[in-house]
Design a protein around this ligand. Structure first.
Ligand code: ZN
Length: 310
């Protein structure tokens, strides 16, 4: 025959979340310690549950109905059979107050202060994902199109890939073409990318370089092989064009956007200047071998036609 204690045991611990049992929680809640640390925007007595930031430094009193309707995690938690109602309990969370405050502002419909820190946005996103809160995730997604994240395209690409934001990933991949990914500053972000995302990024860069190389090897560009001057039929060498092509391809490796090829590249590079002044070697002909204006126009057109997103 079972003792009464044995019968009641399964009702005591019903979830993994660190919620204090009601009798203990009441002790904590009644203390001045807790009340003193209630966040001013989340101190309404109407709230029936208190969330604690990591370390118990700040408490947020909210209504359990809000948590249940905005978070899959809390909905599941409240649906679990419990020996004690969670009302008046304190729920201890892992996140710091700097993360919980904006997250709770979003789910509670309170004014949100501008987020100006990429690290913080990522932390809030992580928490929103953890607590299955689609509302905050959709709000934070809007930040993807703001200068804060657009100015850090590799970071944006990483975030967009993680959360499956296809449109934002494409936008970021285009912005990334202006980056030299081999610079040490990008290594940490690159290391965090899923391998598929990294591969997509590398493939885009490779495709742009190879397509441009192909275009430059075909008409209307000269082949680079020895030919005859169309004016005097003297043999002319196009080695200056070969060297300029090589320089352009190297630049595409460094900065696949190609914008620096057009300017300053084709105006300033020694390889470009050598091209623009190259002439037919026959003294009384001296025909310019390359038409700078037309070459620039067609190269610009070629770069504009390259694929620009993953
Ligand atoms: Zn000539």
């Amino acid at each position: 025959m079972q003792s009464p204690e044995t019968v009641h045991t399964p009702q005591v611990v019903v979830m993994e979340l660190p919620i204090l049992p009601r009798e203990n929680a009441m002790d904590v809640q009644e203390s001045a310690y807790t009340v003193d640390r209630l966040h001013t925007a989340f101190s309404s007595p109407a709230g029936d549950v208190t969330l604690s930031a990591r370390g118990g430094q700040t408490f947020f009193r909210v209504h359990s109905y809000t948590l249940k309707t905005t978070s899959g995690f809390f909905r599941t938690m409240y649906d679990l059979p419990q020996s004690n109602s969670p009302v008046d309990d304190i729920i201890y969370l892992d996140e710091g107050a700097e993360v919980l405050e904006p997250l709770l502002r979003m789910v509670c419909g309170l004014p949100l202060q501008e987020l100006t820190n990429c690290d913080l946005i990522e932390k809030i996103l992580f928490a929103a994902e953890k607590y299955d809160m689609p509302g905050p995730i959709s709000i934070l997604r809007l930040y993807a199109a703001t200068p804060l994240l657009l100015e850090q395209p590799l970071r944006l690409f990483s975030i967009a890939c993680r959360y499956g934001w296809e449109k934002e990933a494409k936008l970021a991949s285009r912005q990334n073409l202006e980056l030299d990914l081999f610079e040490p500053t990008h290594q940490d972000t690159l290391a965090q990318l899923p391998s598929k995302a990294l591969l997509d990024l590398m493939n885009l860069r490779h495709k742009r370089r190879e397509q441009l190389r192909q275009r430059l090897d075909n008409p209307p560009f000269v082949s680079g092989a020895t030919a005859n001057c169309i004016q005097c039929n003297t043999t002319v060498e196009y080695h200056t064009w070969r060297e300029l092509k090589y320089k352009m391809i190297l630049e595409m490796d460094r900065r696949p956007a190609g914008d620096t090829i057009l300017d300053p590249g084709l105006n300033e590079w020694p390889e470009a200047k050598a091209c623009w002044k190259a002439k037919c070697p026959k003294k009384d002909c001296s025909r310019l071998l390359y038409d700078k204006g037309e070459t620039l126009r067609v190269i610009k057109q070629c770069i504009g036609e390259l694929p620009s997103t993953v």
